[in-house]
Design a protein around this ligand. Structure first.
Ligand SMILES: [Fe+2]
Length: 417
């Protein structure tokens, strides 16, 4: 979620801070900044100082290096929870989907407690974290205690690899949620080397799960994106991360090549910022009501989704809005379905702001989803969670039997239990 929205598109973080008031800009100066000054502006000192020292983290990896990093991650620490190597006895993989989880507060613990029970009964072997993994502006180092407070401890017992993607709060500098300092995301990549469950071999990556039974083609392939450089609410100052800079050009080339080459039966794109969204942040191209400029509106992410992803991936899974939405595939999406699953710690405002066709949606409750895939079907279960009792309720199930690559998919919502 973007708690702070700039007054107009295409401001830098510094310009935004000065527009917000001289006191806030001054509070960003390190060393002698009193906590009280930051608190008076509603911004934690840790947040400000973190932004002031950003930029010294790892460089983004080119595609070849990424592939080597993936291989290293797969073969890494002996005690790392392994990626599932075959479908379960029913022929299915079960994957937990969560988003916008990283507060470390009671609501996150309640949702993960409820999810833990479902993971046990459903045989979950893999999990996904759809970004905003560490509120409010990402970790301060690659061994920050926030990794423990906002990820490891809440998720204890969900002992599987978590495919993590970068959200705007993971990549923010001076303005929490702006997405204006992508280099901070490198700390989350570095952390993956020392965690048993945090899987992020590079800033964007793909993962395949085998079909089993000696079949050569994967059953499912995940493509995890870094959407921040083209969805930030401020201008990217670092030329490397500009909307048309080398990082995004390379990521687009990688995604296009990887999707084209994929032989997986099911293809799932993971990106923090949604393509379509009925929640308050709106859809790519008009995020938060902005429709001008290279940033804020997400217009270049819209282009990426429409030109590279739609019609090739079965599902785009996103967070950012703290809601639960299973949108319908349409002609506009060329058969690709959009999910929004960002209610693992916070909730929406209870209101549908837009009218994209939805199989099911909820704007007020916490929750998570479960993806189940076999050779014959892809099923998405949406669970809402009662925070007081820490119990999950299956609210909706959507089942699809035909991959997008095979033509227009058949969606068969099975209703509410
Ligand atoms: Fe977000």
């Amino acid at each position: 979620m973007c708690e702070l929205i700039p007054p107009r598109a295409d401001l830098t973080e510094d310009q935004w801070l000065r527009t917000a008031g001289p006191g806030l800009a001054d509070a960003a100066v390190p060393d002698d900044t009193p906590d009280a000054a930051a608190a008076a502006h509603g911004v934690h000192r840790r947040t400000l100082l973190g932004g002031a020292v950003a930029g010294a983290a790892l460089a983004a990896l080119p595609f070849g290096a990424q592939q080597r990093a993936v291989a290293a991650a797969r073969a890494g620490a002996a005690d790392r929870f392994p990626l599932p190597s075959a479908p379960g006895p029913s022929g299915e993989y079960a994957v937990l989907i969560t988003g916008d989880a990283g507060t470390g507060k009671a609501e996150q613990y309640a949702v993960t407690a409820a999810a833990r029970e479902i993971c046990r009964t459903e045989g979950v072997g893999l999990a996904v974290g759809l970004g905003d993994n560490i509120y409010e502006n990402g970790p301060e180092s690659d061994h920050d205690s926030e990794f423990d407070e906002k990820f490891e401890r809440p998720n204890t017992g969900i002992d599987v690899p978590w495919l993590m993607v970068l959200g705007n709060h993971d990549c923010s500098g001076l303005v929490p949620g702006s997405g204006g300092d992508p280099s901070r995301g490198d700390r989350e990549v570095a952390y993956a080397a020392t965690s048993r469950r945090w899987y992020m071999p590079s800033r964007y990556y793909n993962v395949t799960l085998p079909a089993g039974g000696g079949r050569p083609d994967p059953l499912i392939e995940f493509f995890a994106l870094d959407t921040n450089p083209v969805a930030s609410s401020v201008v990217q100052l670092d030329p490397h991360y500009r909307w048309d800079g080398p990082y995004m050009r390379e990521q687009r080339r990688w995604l296009d090549t990887a999707l084209r080459a994929s032989r997986a039966r099911w293809k799932v794109v993971l990106g923090h910022h949604p393509y379509l969204n009925n929640g308050k942040h709106g859809s790519a191209g008009s995020y938060d009501g902005f429709v001008i400029g290279h940033y804020t509106s997400g217009v270049h992410l819209k282009e990426l989704y429409e030109e590279v992803v739609c019609g090739r991936a079965d599902v785009i899974m996103s967070g950012h809005d703290h809601t639960l939405q299973i949108l319908e595939p349409t002609d506009r999406t060329r058969g690709t379905r959009q999910l929004v699953c960002g209610a693992a710690s916070k909730t929406g405002d209870g209101t549908a702001h837009f009218t994209h066709p939805a199989a099911w949606q909820d704007f007020s409750r916490h929750g998570f989803m479960l993806l189940k895939v076999s050779a014959g079907a892809m099923t998405i279960d949406a669970y809402t969670v009662d925070v007081a009792t820490k119990k999950a309720r299956l609210a909706h199930r959507t089942r699809t039997t035909r991959p997008v690559a095979a033509g227009v998919p058949v969606g068969a919502p099975a209703g509410v239990r």
